[in-house]
Design a protein around this ligand. Structure first.
Ligand code: CMC
Length: 428
């Protein structure tokens, strides 16, 4: 491909460089567009806009490829654990044994969340959505760790990173325990990172913690699959908030809010609620397929379609297999899984879905695993946030280290032209 692009406006011809990434993706570099032509581009939803150059995650939606720092998601899901993947995403390389040990030990030193934070979580009504609680608690954490805001050195950045990796799982566990009416507890620094998360979430107040290898393994894998996905809605939010130097925790809190929506991370909750509704409605999948295709009906088949994947979502493939084997190992027969499989089969044969390249995404099967693990449905998106945390951190760190400018898009104004002010008595 040529390394130049040309644009003709009003008889003038302008030249722009074309940049190419390490996987041969190309982009027209329009940094000088407005200065040289006085016009801007418009691209609602940023479907054609690259917001940054990034060395963290590569995905090819046509071929169904997803790699973190060059490593295939299939290999990482099979061989790595979540903390190794977090290190890889944030610092660029897989850690050796010593590096991983130090990382975990630094995280453990920060694993305490101030007792006062319990008063904040207690003040929320029991019915509050866990994503709202998590976002608020992440923001509230700033008040107890003010030195994590102004990160002017890599060392300060590292401290902010280990601090949030340590405290965020505590917030997640407290959020779930509040939903379940259980006391808010701390973890155990002698346990592994995900094992400790499992303990904080599930330990019954009157019993010793019982390690559950199957559950920990399933959780670990799900967290890895959610760990990063390049410039999606919540990650772009984290980068744009961080670009004002608002601080890591504030950027993450905004990212959590962005993830909450049903078109993004909130889809996992929406999928399960949809599958339950179909089940209660007698399992009539055809009825819901028809609703999804009816343009006068706002209903969408949740867990289907993706902005980038137009062939298949490699994460969905892994999760479907994992859901099957976990339910099998636990001896659970869940009618919801049968409905999900039935819907998937129908959709993959239906011209509406085939023509629009709509395939099951990561969230179509993840809820079935969360449900089998005993996690309440309103907590599903919180679990997505827990998995996405290292990705958000890595993207925020990259943005700060590259000294990226503040994110500030332009617009094309389509409102009223200048008009005189009308006093209230004269208004119609
Ligand atoms: N059910 C029915 N129709 C759909 C669906 C769906 N799930 N998704 C897309 N379409 C149709 C849409 O109506 C449109 O049809 P037409 O061309 O006739 O107007 C066409 O497919 C293209 O859809 P779009 O909304 O322009 O595509 P998008 O790239 O803007 O949206 C999406 C991607 C994920 C928001 C969308 O597919 C969707 O709403 N899916 C359901 C929600 C979901 O599962 N979200 C989780 C995404 S994966 C987790 C994550 O990373 O966030």
């Amino acid at each position: 491909m040529s390394n130049k692009a040309y644009l003709e406006i009003g008889g003038e011809r302008y030249e722009f460089p074309v940049i190419t990434g390490t996987e041969n993706e190309s982009a027209v570099d329009i940094k000088t567009l407005r200065a040289s032509t006085k016009i801007v581009t418009i691209d609602p939803g940023y479907k054609n806009t690259g917001s940054c150059e990034s060395a963290i995650t590569f995905l090819n939606g046509e071929k169904g490829i997803l790699r973190y720092r060059g490593y295939a998601i299939e290999e990482l899901a099979k061989h790595a654990d979540f903390l190794e993947v977090a290190y890889l995403l944030i610092f660029g390389e897989l850690p050796n044994g010593e590096q991983l040990e130090k990382f975990l030990s630094d995280i453990r030193k920060e694993s305490h969340v101030d007792e006062e934070m319990k008063k904040i979580i207690d003040a929320f009504p029991r019915t509050a959505h866990p994503m709202g609680v998590l976002s608020s608690m992440t923001s509230a954490l700033i008040a107890f760790n003010p030195s994590s805001v102004n990160v002017s050195s890599e060392e300060a950045m590292y401290h902010a990173i280990v601090r949030i990796l340590a405290k965020f799982p505590v917030l997640v566990a407290w959020t779930m325990r509040k939903v379940m009416g259980l006391p808010r507890e701390y973890g155990d620094n002698s346990l592994g990172y995900v094992e400790n998360i499992h303990k904080m979430m599930f330990r019954h107040p009157h019993e010793e913690y019982r390690k559950d290898d199957l559950a920990i393994e399933a959780l670990d894998q799900l967290l890895i699959l959610h760990a990063d996905h390049e410039q999606n809605c919540s990650t772009s939010t984290v980068r744009i908030v961080g670009s004002s130097h608002a601080g890591l925790f504030a950027s993450l809190s905004a990212g959590i809010s962005a993830l909450w929506g049903p078109l993004h991370g909130g889809a996992n909750q929406a999928v399960l609620e949809m599958l339950e509704a179909i089940n209660e409605d007698g399992g009539d999948t055809a009825k819901y397929m028809a609703k999804a295709k009816d343009k006068s009906d706002p209903f969408r088949l949740m867990g289907f379609g993706h902005r980038v994947y137009k062939n298949f979502d490699p994460r969905a493939k892994i999760i479907k297999k994992a859901a099957d084997s976990l339910l099998d190992d636990l001896g659970i027969e869940d009618p919801i899984l049968d409905i999900a499989k039935g819907l998937e089969k129908e959709a993959l044969e239906d011209p509406y879905f085939v023509d629009r390249k709509l395939y099951p995404n990561v969230d179509f099967y993840s809820g079935i695993i969360y449900r089998a693990l005993g996690i309440p449905v309103e907590m599903f998106t919180v679990m997505f946030a827990l998995g996405r945390l290292p990705g958000w951190i890595a993207q925020w760190r990259e943005m700060r280290l590259r000294n990226e400018p503040i994110g500030r898009p332009r617009q094309i104004y389509i409102g009223a032209n200048e008009r005189p002010f009308v006093p209230i008595k004269k208004r119609k």
